[in-house]
Design a protein. Sequence first.
Length: 285
Amino acid sequence: MEQRLPIYKDPIRFYSGDENGVVIEEKDYDKSIFRNQYAQALELFDELANRVVDEKGVAPNNIIAFSGDRGEGKTSCMLTVKHIIESNNKEAFNALTETLPTKSLDSYEFLEMIEPSFFDQEHNILELVLGQLYYNFKKYEQDDSVCGSNTHRKTLGLFNKVKKCATLLVSGKSNLYDSIEELDELAASMSLRKYMNELLEGYMKLAKKDMLVITIDDMDYNWQGAYDMTKMLTKYLSGSNCIIMVSVSIKQLAEVVKTSFENDVKHEDSTINFDSFDLPCVYIY
């Protein structure tokens, strides 16, 4: 008897030259190999957009991790989700999640994706985000109704305060112990979260949006700075008006954090469990 190959309802198509590149899908999401991941990510995104802050202005975890090994499509998946939201595609959201978003999709302000090529020893993640915010701020202030307003002046002042605090944190300690220097760094650390939350609040008013979305590609790629990046994201960008989407190998990031932590405490036999992170994850298989 002749044996026939199975016929698949939704064939997988490969395009010559695009095998290893980033692909942002724009239609037929229900036929995509990532349709389940899209649905999960959109549901997580909507859930994080409605999280409640505590009395200090800190919200529960606001990071969505697209986790997978190199070349499995986590960046493509993340950017497609970004495209669905940024293009205000309520039909795709509804088709994938079988519900409508609780917040209007056009109420989100997306910054340019931060890529591994941006990472270096001189600029941390906070400064990169601050630079992107200021670049957009300069465009918004060209509007006559914005420039010179109380919100504009206050936001400009907050840019200066955040930059000053961030510089104090990364400037490093001098060789000689200086108690005033130590106090300056402590004050900067305590003030930075407050100033950053106020800055984002003012910025969103000028942008006429409700929430900022930051996307970071290959977060684990920066082997030396991934630990500090993780700390800064959770410490200074955890406000209720900010959502962060990252593509990352959770296993590799855990190894980076473990190594950095052990170097910090000078103890190689750490008993802390780094096998998993408390992050909402969209796993790419």
